[in-house]
Every structure is written in C-alpha cells, then in structure tokens.
Design a protein around this ligand. Sequence first.
Ligand SMILES: Cc1ncc(COP(=O)(O)O)c(C=O)c1O
Length: 422
Amino acid sequence: MVQFEKETIAGQWQSLDIENDLLSEAARSIGAGSATDAGRFWRLPTEHPDPIVLAGGIPDDTALPTEDLIDSFSKSIRDHFSDSLMYGGWFGYEGLRQLIADRQNKIEGTNLLPDNIIMHNGSSGCLENVCKAFVGPGDIAIVESPSYSGTVRAIRGFRAEVVEVPMDKEGINPDLFKETVESLVAQGKRVKLFYTIPDYHNPMGNVTTLEIRKEILEICAEHKILIAEDAAYTELYYDSPPPPSYYALSDGHGVIKMCSFSKILATGLRAGWIQARDELAEPLTKVRFDMGTSPLVHYALADLMESGKLDSHITSMRNLYKSKCRTMVDSLKKYCNPYIELEEPEGGYFLWVKCTQTKAFDLIRAAAEEGVVFPLGSIFYVDSSLDDSHFRLAFTRAPFEHLEEASRRIGKAFEKVLDIQH
Ligand SMILES: Cc1ncc(COP(=O)(O)O)c(C=O)c1O
C-alpha cells in the first residue's frame, strides 16, 4: 500500500528553485513581465484618487457593438450548434475565411482563397506561429526602432537575436536597413525576419511611405528575409487608407501579413488571421499544435461580416478615434505646447510625444502624481537607453472629458518638473 502524503509532494516541489532549475532557456531570454509588456518598467503606480489611464492599446469598450455581438453569438450556437462547438481545425471555420479572403481581395486587389487565411489568437498568435515555423536560436530578426514591445519579447522567446533599425516618421530608414543586413550577412549571420508595423505604428503612430515599402521589399527579396507585416491598426485610418500593404505590393512573395479583430472590434475575442501564400501557409499550419482557435467566435464573426455590421462598426470607430485624437492633440497643445513636440497621426490609437525640455521619465513620474498614467517611450526599444525623451499616449479608450483633463494634468506635471510657478 503506497503511503500517499500530499504534504510530502508539496514539500518536494516547494524546495525547487523554478527560476534556475526549471525555466527553459527560451523563457529566461524573454525576461519577466506581464502578458503584454516588454518585461520592463511599463507604468508607474499612482496614489491619485481618480487616475486617468492612457496606457494600453485598447478599443473604447463603451462603443462595442454589444447587442450585435450577443445576436451573432446566440445565432451561431442556435444555427450551428454542432460545428461551432467542436474543434475547428488549424485553419479555422472556412465560411469566415472565405468572407475575409473576399473582403481583403476587394480592399487590396489580392487573389486570396480561404486557404490563404489562417485563423489565430489575435495578431500575437499569428506572430508566435510565424516564429515557431521560421525563427530559431541564432537567427536574426530585425525590428523597427522603436517597435511594439510585446513582439520583441515574443521573438526573443524563440531565442532569436533582435536587431533594431531606426525609423522616423517616413518609416524605417532603408539605407540603414540595407547596411545592417549586409553587415550581419558579412558576419555569417542569417537574417530571417523583418517585423514591421507599417500602418499607424505602435508606438509612433506613423505610416511607412510607399517608396520605403518598395525599397524594403527589394532588399528583403535579395537576402531572402521574410517580412512579418503586422496590420493590427491598418483599417483604422481617419480619412484615407494607407498605401498598399507589403503583401499586396509583392503579391505575398516573402510576406506574411498578420491581421486582427482586436483593434477594429474587441481584444477579448482573441481573433486574428495570417494572410500567406500557399507555400508559406503550409509550414505555418504544420507546426501548430493548439487545435486551432474557437469556431464559435469564427461563426459569430462571419455573421457580423455577412450582415455588414462589422463594416459599419469599423466606419464608426474611424470617426470616433479621429475625434478622440483631435481632442487629445488640441488639449495637449493648449496645456503643454512649449514642452512637447508631436506628429498628428492619420489613424490608429497612439500619440508619440517628445518632451523638449525634460526627461520623459521625470515627466511620467510627475504625471503619475497628478493622476495620469502612460508608458515611457524607452520601453519600446530593444536598447532602452536609445530614447529618454518620448512617451506614448493611447487615447482610444478614455472618454473625451478624460482626454482633456489628462492633458491639463500633464501640463501641470511639466510645470512641476520644470519648477514653473504661477
Ligand atoms: C502592433 C501590435 N500588434 C499586435 C498586438 C496584439 O494584438 P492582438 O490582440 O491582435 O494579439 C498589439 C497590441 O497592442 C499591437 O499594438
């Protein structure tokens, strides 16, 4: 008879040093952190009784099409009881993929078929799949500097070396990109991936020009560098759409486009898709072991798309975020004008603001005391010492009156740091 003692088992495990004796090398190279940050200092706590948080890239939840979602989910369970509640396969529900392919073909002039669309757990799930299929220890991944910190962390999880190349408001610098690639190749390194956010960048809010897209496509084709194009914000233009995607320009040769329902609809759906040519889609699906993502969500999304409700929601979000952006920019100009510089974005979720007279860290600390919380620009770099003057404001979630109040508080924070008395 085995003497089973729960306490003994607990004791054995409690004596283990998880950090040193259990964690994989990949996990160690990612570093600690929350689910979405870079494992670095993300935002400061505040004692303020009524803080305003402009930290995460999150849609306005008061504007979600809740009734439409309830209808679509109910209908999906009722009408597709069996299929929507079963495993859905690695690609996901074909009806949804057909709708996505048709819609993208109309927008982008592509020739996608349902099997060029692979459903995923948001754009993040797409990136993990791309890395799992194509990136390994010792490979180089180039990212824009700055870039979305979550991605940098994810690529590190595959033990690739992440190299950053500066970008300005036009996009990544193509000359520096070429130089970097050539120098890495000369060192015998394999540059596998270029991760880019060409439209309404996180954190910079800018759009990469058509010229730069073409130059980068040529360099990447010459050196066989896969472009992972993150189109999470592409549809959220305020007035006119961005230039054609890397995918459309190259007809998908050497490009994997990653799209998401998170920013155009709701982050909690955890739905996004990879757009890839057959020859790239095949290895992508072959390395998947997660049994796909939720068919119920796919059926509900298909219903929203078919009824036209998704398109009308996206149109109203473009208008809403354009007004929020305007409000934030106008109020920043009113309260902080001498202390900041910024480029007004033409779409998306973010303002990238430069402190002209203070260090961004001093500002965000004072702003937290005043009751506004937002991240420091340096967390969006691989080498955080590259920037001590920027901060990022995510203006989509907060109500209009908070945006104006946040700017007033940021203005007070600047005055505190600069010791300006009234
Ligand atoms: C550029 C970019 N890509 C991907 C993501 C993750 O989005 P998803 O919810 O689609 O995984 C974010 C989230 O902030 C983002 O800013």
